[in-house]
Design a protein around this ligand. Structure first.
Ligand SMILES: Nc1ncnc2c1ncn2[C@@H]1O[C@H](COP(=O)(O)OP(=O)(O)OP(=O)(O)O)[C@@H](O)[C@H]1O
Ligand SMILES: [Mg+2]
Length: 314
C-alpha cells in the first residue's frame, strides 16, 4: 500500500531554516492547526488546539471506550551474538504523548527504534500498533502502518534535493501514456515537498539544493518534515538534536513541539541532552543495558533522578 502525504499538518513553520507541509492529496488527518517558529533564536509558536480539544471531548465522553494504546511493546528482546541489546522491554504509549527515550551509549535506544521501524527483527517479543499486532517485515511495512522514523544517521541521500528525499522510495509516476515507461512526476513531487517545507521554514535557503550543502540543523528539519509530511501517527526521532548548535537545536525542538500539538500523534524522541528532553517530552523512559530502568512522568521527576536511573545509581 502506498500512502499519500498528510494534509492534516495544517501549517508548521520554523524560522532558522525550515518548514513542513500540509498540502497533499489526502484529507487532513488530525490537523495540527498552525505552528510557526521564528528563525533562530527568536522562536514564536502559535498552534491551534482545535483538534486536541475535539479529541479530548471524544475521549471524555462517558460512552467512549478507552482507546487502545497507540504503541505497545511486549517483552521485546534483541540479541546480537553475545550482546543482549534489549532484554524483555515492555511499555505502551498513547496518542498525544511525547516520550523521551534516554540511556547511556549502547543502552539499546536505537535498537528499540530500529525494531519498531522495521529495520531490525526482535529476537522475541511483539509490537502492537493501534491494538493490532504488527508484522514489521521491513521499513516500508512500518511506514504503511503509520510509523515514520528519523534515524540516528538521518537516512537522507546527501546528493539529492529536498523533493527527491521526501519521495525517496515513494516516487510518484506520471499518468497517461508515460506511466508504463515509469517516468517520474518530478513537478508534482517538487511542488508538494516545496509547499511542505516552506510552511515550516520561512527562510529555507534553497529548496533545490542538495542535502550535502545543508547544515546539520537544516538536514534534521528536512528529515523531520519528511516524517510529518507522510502523516505518521508515530514519529520516532533518534537523536534529532545531536551535534547541533544552540540555535539549530532550538529550531528543531520548536518544530517537534509544534508537531506534538496534534493529539492523534505520538512521538518518541531519543536525546542525551536532558534539557532537550525536558523541553518537549511529557514522559521519560530510561533504558539501562537493554532493560527498562524507569518510566517516569516529567512532572514527577527531576533530571537528577533520571541521571541516577541512567547511571545505575538507582
Ligand atoms: N547491528 C548490530 N550488530 C551488533 N551489535 C549491535 C548492532 N546494533 C547495536 N548493537 C549493540 O547493541 C547495543 C545497543 O546498541 P544501540 O545502538 O541500540 O545503543 P544506543 O542506546 O542507541 O546507543 P547510542 O546512544 O550510542 O546511540 C550496543 O552494545 C551495540 O554495540
Ligand atoms: Mg543510538
Amino acid at each position: 500500500m502506498s500512502k499519500t502525504p498528510a494534509a492534516g499538518l495544517g501549517s508548521v513553520s520554523v524560522a532558522a531554516g525550515l518548514r513542513v507541509p500540509a498540502s497533499a492529496s489526502r484529507a487532513p488527518a488530525a490537523g495540527l492547526g498552525s505552528v510557526s517558529v521564528a528563525a533562530g533564536s527568536g522562536v514564536t509558536v502559535s498552534a491551534s488546539k482545535a483538534s486536541a480539544a475535539a479529541s479530548k471531548a471524544a475521549t471524555d465522553s462517558p460512552s467512549a471506550p478507552a482507546p487502545a494504546p497507540l504503541l505497545e511493546a511486549e517483552n521485546l528482546s534483541k540479541r546480537f551474538g553475545a550482546v543482549e541489546a534489549l532484554c524483555s522491554v515492555s511499555f505502551s504509549i498513547n496518542a498525544g504523548e511525547v516520550v523521551g527515550l534516554v540511556g547511556d551509549n549502547g543502552a539499546g535506544k536505537s535498537t528499540f527504534v530500529n525494531i519498531v521501524s522495521g529495520v531490525l527483527h526482535p529476537t522475541s517479543g511483539h509490537v502492537r500498533f493501534d491494538g493490532n499486532l504488527l508484522d514489521l517485515a521491513n521499513p516500508a511495512a512500518a511506514r504503511d502502518a503509520g510509523i515514520e522514523t528519523v534515524y540516528q544517521g538521518l537516512a537522507l541521500v546527501e546528493m539529492f534535493d529536498i523533493a527527491s528525499n521526501f519521495y525517496l522510495g515513494r516516487e510518484v509516476l506520471r499518468t497517461g501514456i508515460r506511466r508504463p515507461l515509469g517516468v517520474l512526476n518530478r513537478r508534482l513531487m517538487r511542488n508538494r515537498s516545496k509547499a511542505s517545507i516552506e510552511q515550516i521554514a520561512a527562510k529555507f535557503p534553497d529548496l533545490a539544493a542538495a542535502v550535502e550543502t545543508m547544515s546539520g540543523g537544516q538536514r534534521q528539519i528536512v528529515a523531520i518534515a519528511k516524517a510529518a509530511f507522510w502523516g505518521g501517527r508515530l514519529l520516532l526521532l533518534d537523536e534529532p538534536t545531536a551535534a547541533l548548535g544552540v540555535q539549530e537545536s532550538a529550531s528543531v525542538l520548536e518544530l517537534i513541539r509544534g508537531l506534538a500539538a496534534d493529539s492523534n500523534r505520538a512521538m518518541i524522541m531519543i536525546a542525551h541532552n536532558l534539557q532537550h528532553i525536558w523541553s518537549v517530552c511529557t514522559r521519560i523512559l530510561v533504558l539501562r543495558r537493554g532493560s527498562l530502568a524507569a518510566d517516569l512522568q516529567r512532572e514527577e521527576t527531576t533530571p537528577e533522578e533520571v541521571v541516577a536511573y541512567i547511571t545505575g545509581v538507582r
